[in-house]
Design a protein around this ligand. Structure first.
Ligand SMILES: [Zn+2]
Length: 116
């Protein structure tokens, strides 16, 4: 699932938006090369002081059945983190004050938090 060409958030296209709030965006995406499905979770925290909003993005490979469940509403976006058990996910962290995001592979269950 974690193929070499999945090393960036580019190349995976939005298949279906699940949540589209300004600070919490969840979508089902598909790789343009191998059509692997992904759950994408984007969370933003507004930095009212320095106006450098912190942004966090997680890209988790999911099965077609899990993608169907997300799209049909049988799987809550907040439960996506639990699917991370035993899998790798591409994480992009851009805390406020950093010049550029740090992108790395994480593994295991992760928390899905709603931004503000
Ligand atoms: Zn692919």
């Amino acid at each position: 699932m974690a193929q070499a060409h999945h090393q960036s958030h580019n190349g995976v296209r939005v298949d279906r938006m699940i949540r589209d709030d300004s600070h919490f965006i969840v979508s089902v995406r598909r790789c343009g090369l191998c059509s692997q499905a992904f759950a994408s979770v984007f969370t933003e925290y507004v930095d009212w002081v320095a106006s450098q909003d912190a942004q966090y993005r997680t890209l988790l490979p999911i099965t077609d059945a899990e993608a169907d469940d997300l799209i049909a509403g049988r799987l809550s976006p907040h439960r996506v983190g639990a699917l991370g058990h035993g899998r790798r996910h591409l994480q992009s962290d851009w805390p406020s004050g950093a010049d550029e995001p740090s992108v790395y592979w994480g593994s295991g269950v992760f928390q899905v938090r709603q931004g503000f």
